[in-house]
Design a protein around this ligand. Structure first.
Ligand code: ADE
Length: 238
């Protein structure tokens, strides 16, 4: 997968794309990241990328020209059309389902705005508008990092079996069960006996119950429309 990010602040991405699992994924050749400073495409001598809003009002608006030209440059050789994703608070809320959908693509282009936002005509370029939550950030960069991270970890070969995405919260429709490691007694806080029992069927049942209880307590909204298995339904009745 190719991920291009159009931003006025490419340095913000260095740490995230250059560390941990995202770095390993790019070292393995599963993903290639490119950040593009769209100021470089501004067709004026001062490299200005924004302007005052027509009709007046506070804040500056990102001009369409640098963004259209940067996207043209990034798409001119591609055979398949990329998904062009605008980050903005008015977008569809990002989700695990959306991450899985984007993970099937070959090429993603993220458009990160700053200031009051994009000239409305930039929306003609865009295939998706995404928000990461009902709050306003200073720009789309953090949102692009969040979404890129959630997509890249789903690409085949990125996570080992130990970190498998299959049992993640949300991919099963439920929150995850609690995890413990050694020691079995840490300052009087004990690991549940069942996990030390070596009884795999009992451990599985305990995990399933914990997962259901957590979801019921913390995110009952996730259980609306959830189809429990017969065993889960049994546990929910207890
Ligand atoms: N830009 C500013 N706020 C945002 C948000 N919540 N999600 C995505 N992009 C944004």
């Amino acid at each position: 997968m190719k991920i291009d990010v159009l931003t006025l602040f490419p340095d913000m991405f260095t740490g995230v794309f250059g560390s941990s699992i995202l770095k390993q994924a790019s070292d393995k050749g599963i993903v290639s990241f490119q950040t593009v400073d769209f100021r470089e495409y501004a067709a004026n001598k001062h490299r200005k990328v924004d302007d005052y809003p027509y009709g007046g009002g506070a804040g500056m608006v990102l001009s369409p020209q640098p963004i259209f030209d940067a996207v043209s440059a990034l798409t001119k050789n591609g055979k398949k059309k990329p998904r062009i994703i605008m980050l903005c608070p008015q977008g569809e809320q990002h989700s695990q389902q959306k991450a899985a959908e984007l993970a099937k693509e070959e090429h993603l282009i993220f458009l990160c705005g700053h200031y009051e936002g994009f000239d409305e005509r930039v929306r003609h370029l865009v295939t998706d508008e995404l928000s990461i939550g009902d709050y306003v950030l200073t720009g789309g960069e953090l949102a692009a990092m969040v979404i890129a991270d959630s997509v890249v970890r789903l690409l085949p070969g990125v996570l080992g079996n130990d970190e498998s995405a299959v049992t993640d919260s949300y991919s099963t429709g439920l929150l995850e069960h609690p995890h413990y490691t050694r020691p079995a007694d840490f300052r009087g806080m004990k690991v549940p006996d069942v996990l030390l029992s070596g009884h795999h069927a009992k451990i599985e049942e305990w995990r399933m119950e914990q997962s259901l209880r957590r979801t019921l307590e913390r995110r009952p909204d996730l259980l609306k429309g959830y189809e429990p298995t017969a065993k889960e339904a049994d546990i929910l009745k207890r």
